[in-house]
Design a protein around this ligand. Structure first.
Ligand code: 5GP
Ligand code: MN
Length: 340
């Protein structure tokens, strides 16, 4: 078997993508709130690719880059949107490339601006049920990460040679969105692409050190608090944990330090669904992670959110206490008991 047999052919999508890009003179790249490595990685990779074909672009994100992903933005090029000073960036653009997200709501202020401006848009994403209507939508829900999707798209360009920066960005998004090559949808193509990225300068050890082995001690203290908060339901097949504002304060951490904790609860044998409830500033943020045939995205939808089959998120109003939120979640889960 060779890689050309396994590689998804995106020649037609690439042609359509290239036409829109070639026509554009001012390009904005954006991605979702609370950006993860797939969001940051895909925006950096897109900018790097556009540069290689002679196109300048600006990355505009609605939230700041988390502490462990700043290494991907080595030129400090990402603009963290401030409506007071950055509106002109969006109004001047004649093409917007939206990556790793499919609703304007998750672009917050940037989304509000783009939705009313009705710009020519390219959507490239791997989430289900896209809401954003774009000139060109390249959506592959079988793909484990937007970074992998982008890499296979760029590979349709016979001139494409990944730089080390692009390879590092793409590898980072692939690595984290597959949970380190272990979540469903990780397949031979993912590994083939990862191998190519390593050949082109992505260093798995350095990337792991940057993303995972770089947390402040407060994060481990936060993990301790999360584990202490654990409650099990439905014959110990549902695990619910929480983080309060007080927990963040006591451990000197913020929302960005909570990333990745909820998935570790699936290590408990018999747990099919893990739920993290976080007291954020103006909402209760809910994260759902599931194993096997439990549809986490269906539960997330009940809470105004969505995501992937096994990894999804939603929200509850900030007025809910954490124990009221847990009660609400278990009530909703009664409708999903056939999966538990
Ligand atoms: P996380 O729990 O890490 O915030 O998000 C897990 C997954 O669910 C991600 O793929 C994210 O894109 C998706 N997700 C999280 N929150 C929301 C939401 O409010 N709406 C939608 N549509 N997807 C979400
Ligand atoms: Mn993603």
């Amino acid at each position: 078997m060779n890689s050309t047999i396994l590689r998804t052919n995106r020649a037609n999508e690439y042609k359509a993508f290239r036409n829109l890009v070639d026509e554009a003179s001012s390009i904005i790249i954006t991605s979702h709130q609370n950006p993860d490595a797939d969001a940051i990685g895909s925006t950096i990779a897109m900018q790097e690719y556009l540069r290689s074909i002679g196109k300048n672009s600006t990355i505009v994100l609605c939230d700041k880059t988390p502490y462990n992903l700043t290494f991907l933005d080595s030129e400090n090029a990402i603009v963290h949107y401030n409506p007071e000073t950055d509106k002109h960036l969006l109004s001047l653009a004649d093409l917007v490339i939206i990556l790793d997200v499919n609703t304007y709501v998750r672009l917050k202020k940037v989304g509000e601006e783009l939705q009313t401006a009705s710009k020519k848009t390219i959507l490239i994403d791997h989430h289900q049920d896209p809401v954003i209507e774009a000139e060109l939508s390249i959506v592959d829900t079988d793909c484990p990460s937007t970074c992998e999707l982008l890499y296979s798209l760029f590979s349709s360009d016979s001139q494409f040679i990944p730089t080390k920066k692009l390879a590092t960005a793409v590898y980072s998004g692939i690595y984290t969105d597959t949970g380190g090559f272990r979540f469903t949808r990780t397949d031979a193509e993912t590994f083939l692409i990862a191998a190519e990225l390593v050949q082109h300068g992505a260093d798995p050890v350095t990337i792991y050190d940057e993303i995972i082995n770089s947390a402040p001690i407060g994060r481990t203290k936060l993990v301790g608090k999360v584990f202490q908060s654990m409650r099990l339901y439905f014959d110990e097949s549902v695990c619910i944990v929480s983080i309060s504002q007080q927990d963040f304060k006591e451990t000197n951490t913020t929302l960005e330090h909570a990333d990745g904790i909820v998935a570790s609860l699936l290590e408990i044998k018999g747990v099919k669904l893990a739920v993290m409830m976080i007291e954020d500033v103006n909402r209760i943020k809910l994260s759902f992670r599931s194993k096997g045939d439990f549809p986490a995205n269906q539960v997330a939808k009940v809470f105004g959110g969505g995501g992937h089959f096994n990894a999804a998120g939603g929200t509850l109003p900030v007025e809910f206490t954490l124990s009221q939120a847990a009660e609400k979640i278990t009530t909703v889960l009664n409708d999903f008991s056939k999966y538990l």
